[in-house]
Design a protein around this ligand. Structure first.
Ligand SMILES: C[S@@+](CC[C@H](N)C(=O)[O-])C[C@H]1O[C@@H](n2cnc3c(N)ncnc32)[C@H](O)[C@@H]1O
Length: 371
């Protein structure tokens, strides 16, 4: 393991993650929901309301054989079952490959970065990796789903809540983040989750400490090829068109990365930087770095075709289940064709809140009057 906390040596793939693709073709898995209470229940926050919320977060919802979150049911249109958790964990590995081992791009360091927030933390894998390198930082991960591990590094706390409910009343609870300001706020793969990015980034501004950094990692939803080989994947093309339409109808569009930089600038963030990362959808490239990315991204895409669409195509496009299954199966077959040189672009965008912001530290930005 590197001694530089900015660097993270990518773990070698475990047989457990590789098994995603093998088990996937057998169809939707049986899900064992016999989980213990943790998260909010163990946090020390013990009002009657919190206890009620704590028990109900495990009343998972089921649709088309997949399991969905219960707290604020219907808010997020992707499953949170074992299969999706495996996909998220493997996609973390894809991000590490893309960033050549780095967990983040912002110039943060352990001597000044003490409080960290990971919004929409998913399985918490990024938060836990980060906490391992920044042992003196306290890391808070927030998600609608209680899918984080029971045993975590001591400097990580997970919380089930809705990051789109403003103001974030959960900051200031008994989490040790009483100041409500974070030295670093991280968000990754939240396209398709957040409805109003300007409101979301405004609340991020409100909770970024002066001089603190914010960072986003999002992927463009448009699939392309640099030659004309995208034409060899007509089912993937149709799938992506349906997905973009469904997410637009849902209000939580996938097509959002371009909104981030203007919103940061409008709020007063400075030192805004971005990095484009090409992501092959299968191991078609000759270059070993991109081939490696493609090897893992293909597995996540095989699984992601189902998880991104399973609820959205039904809820927002009224697509019958058999039509959806056929489209996914045909699209998945096209991923195998290495003559289709499919790519998407992912983006890292990071920015700093000024030490002396014009507004923000003592006077909160109002989400309703931000325009
Ligand atoms: C695609 S996953 C990304 C997870 C994680 N950031 C990562 O990169 O591995 C999106 C996550 O956002 C969460 N999410 C969606 N809407 C949310 C909301 N309004 N409040 C909190 N979490 C939300 C979902 O439950 C899901 O775990």
């Amino acid at each position: 393991m590197s001694t530089d906390p900015h660097l993270y040596e990518t773990p070698s793939p475990s047989t457990e993650t590789i098994a995603i693709s093998e088990s996937y073709d057998s169809g939707f898995e049986e899900i064992d929901d016999d989980v213990d209470m943790h998260s909010i229940a163990d946090s020390g926050f013990n009002s009657i309301d919190a206890v009620t919320v704590a028990s109900s977060i495990y009343d998972y919802q089921y649709e088309n054989g997949r399991r969905f979150h219960s707290y604020r049911s219907g808010t997020y249109a992707q499953p949170d079952d074992n299969e999706e958790q495996d996909r998220l964990n493997l996609y973390h590995h894809v991000w590490l490959l893309m960033l050549r081992g780095n967990l983040f791009c912002a110039p943060i360091n352990p001597s000044t970065c003490k409080t960290v927030l990971d919004l929409g933390t998913g399985t918490g894998i990024w938060a836990m990796d980060f906490a391992g390198h920044f042992e003196n930082a306290s890391v808070l991960g927030v998600d609608l789903s209680p899918i984080q591990p029971l045993y975590t590094p001591p400097n990580v706390t997970f919380l089930v809540d809705d990051v789109e409910e403003y103001p974030w009343s959960w900051i200031g609870w008994d989490w040790g983040f009483e100041g409500g300001e974070f030295d670093y706020i991280h968000c990754r793969n939240l396209a398709g989750s957040i409805r109003d990015w300007e409101a979301f980034i405004t609340e991020i501004w409100n909770h970024t400490a002066p001089g603190g950094w914010v960072e986003f990692g999002e992927s463009d939803c448009w699939l392309y090829s640099e030659d004309d080989s995208y034409s060899r994947a007509p089912n993937l093309k149709r799938y992506m068109e349906c997905l973009i339409e469904a997410t637009n109808i849902s209000g939580a569009s996938l097509d959002i990365w371009r909104q981030i930089e203007p919103a940061l600038r409008k709020l007063g963030f400075v030192d805004i930087q971005k990095q484009k990362l090409k992501v092959p959808w299968s191991p078609w490239p000759k270059d070993p770095h991109y081939k490696e990315i493609g090897k893992y991204s293909k597995i996540t895409n095989e699984s992601g075709l189902a998880s991104y669409g399973v609820a959205r195509f039904k809820r927002f496009l009224n697509m019958p289940d058999d039509e959806f299954q056929e489209l996914v199966s045909n699209a998945r077959a096209e991923l195998v064709d290495k003559s289709a040189h499919l790519l998407t672009d992912s983006w890292k965008i990071w920015a700093r809140k000024p030490e002396v912001p014009d507004y923000g530290r003592f006077e909160r930005m109002s989400i309703d009057s931000r325009r």
